[in-house]
Design a protein around this ligand. Sequence first.
Ligand SMILES: [Zn+2]
Length: 111
Amino acid sequence: MTSPGQKTKKKKKRRIPSGSREYYVRGKTGKRSCAICKGQLHGVPHGKKVAEISGMSKTEKRPSVPFGGVLCTKCRRQVFEEKAKVENGLKKAEDLDLVIKKFVESKEASK
Ligand SMILES: [Zn+2]
């Protein structure tokens, strides 16, 4: 049976003078996606190991904007437009899309 530590690893073969040897490599980490539209996020690291990312500075890890590293540019703009509409009485908070409502009412949006 596969040991739990090897489940996430990929098996590779490498030629050595006495034949071949199998070794394990960890896969690359995936690309980050937007929390609303699931589109690809820009300005966030991908394909790196956890240790490599933890050595990076804060601004290398995510864009310095509200919801940076969580929402894409289109969705962020939409959230702030909806927030402005609610604040100015053009729209009621109950009429918002439930997915967007969560972000409109969050602390991050009022920064
Ligand atoms: Zn999006």
